[in-house]
Design a protein around this ligand. Sequence first.
Ligand SMILES: [Ca+2]
Length: 173
Amino acid sequence: MKTLKQIIAGTLVAGLALGAGCETSTSERIPPKSQDPNNVEIYAAWPEDGSEGHYINRGNTKYGVVWHMNCGQRANYNATLVPNSTYSVNVRYSNDGGSEIVSILYNNNSIGRFETQNTRTAGTNPGDGWINFNSSQTFTMNTGSESNNTIALYVYSGDPYGVDIDKISVVKK
Ligand SMILES: [Ca+2]
């Protein structure tokens, strides 16, 4: 017969095991740490706290996950960059159906906006286009004196189905 102490210990172990199970699924989403400040790939599924949108598992991406954003939503990403430098920035996205206008902000200042194209191939079914990715045009971004910066995406306008963001590429010229 188990003592009360053994029962409590068993419950604790079960609780830890449950926690470990949750931890495993969380660890699959640990953000990649590829932070060469000359060539930063920001994977959109790992935004800063308080960002709007949600992640979705999606093929044709490096980590199998995207960040989905609807009209009016904003997602923020911290990046370590070389101060007082010029970068090229573009965004890889998929968009099944109607367009969005997405603004890219550097420390809250717009560096440009792009229109999402329909990534559904002609003749395929609605929804099939989410696994096809396009890149936006490339924008120029000049960094200031700080090495810690925030790059944000804001969906300025769009259809009811939003846009999936894979990554933001930030490459020093
Ligand atoms: Ca859309």
